[in-house]
Design a protein around this ligand. Structure first.
Ligand code: COA
Length: 217
């Protein structure tokens, strides 16, 4: 993909490190308040480690912004992963146990282990979509779909054989399935429990499960 792909009034381009502050401002308004894992456990605001993690993906030049009149209207934060990812996730989740980000990493680690995408697809690396968000005033206009298609094209151009995502949202899972992604794992939120059997995440309806999806590029 060229650095900027223009169609009608919307421009899609790679999100650089220098866009980090604007990206975070957008995510704080249009992603975190609704993202089901963030919304599903206390406290309501995102953990600093979560924000740091998302921004740490920018140097890979795998993240995309959609702009309208120079305003961000959608964002896709993605980064590379390999078969070592599952151990990193379990280690980090254990280290940060008791924090909000630790609880989120815990379910992402289980999803990574059970989806087992490297073995399932016979690949040694993948591009993973960590966060997808459309301006709340602009939903239902296929902007998310266009951004994910652009991300798949970018991933292919960069030599990734697979694009994956852990869809915490009913809406993101439906969107990615519409684009041809396979659902390779599903964790109902009622199944993610602590040692006492207490449910750890309680995302609001209609978000019922964390669904891991994958698309061969
Ligand atoms: N709440 C309520 N309705 C929503 C919605 C949401 N979060 N997301 C989409 N819809 C509705 C749309 O308005 C549209 O309705 P319509 O058919 O009546 O017009 C329909 O669902 C299809 O929308 P679609 O075009 O597939 O979604 P989108 O690309 O506009 O947005 C997301 C999808 C996931 C990007 C968006 O929901 C979002 O930014 N959510 C907040 C962050 C999040 O949870 N991200 C996913 C976790 S990784």
């Amino acid at each position: 993909m060229s650095a900027a792909a223009k169609s009608d009034d919307f421009e899609i381009r790679v999100c650089g490190v220098e866009d980090g502050d604007r990206l975070m401002e957008f995510l704080l308004e249009h992603y975190y308040p609704e993202e089901p894992l963030t919304a599903g456990c206390a406290p309501p605001e995102p953990d600093e480690n979560d924000k740091k993690f998302l921004l740490s993906n920018l140097p890979y030049a795998n993240c995309l912004l959609m702009l309208h009149n120079d305003r961000i209207v959608a964002a896709a934060v993605a980064g590379p992963k390999d078969a070592g990812e599952v151990d990193v996730l379990f280690e980090q989740a254990a280290k940060l146990a008791g924090t909000k980000w630790g609880r989120i990493l815990g379910i992402l680690a289980i999803a990574e282990r059970d989806a087992n995408v490297f073995k399932r697809y016979g690949v040694d690396k993948a591009l993973h979509l960590h966060a997808l968000s459309v301006d709340s005033q602009m939903r239902g206009r296929a902007l998310g779909e266009r951004l994910v298609n652009a991300l798949a094209a970018l991933g292919k151009e960069l030599g990734y054989p697979l694009l994956t995502a852990d869809c915490s949202s009913f809406y993101s899972s439906r969107l990615l399935q519409r684009l041809g992604f396979d659902v390779v794992n599903r964790i109902p939120y009622t199944d993610y429990v602590d040692d006492a059997g207490e449910q750890i995440m309680r995302p609001p309806e209609p978000h019922l499960a964390l669904e891991t999806v994958a698309l061969r590029l």
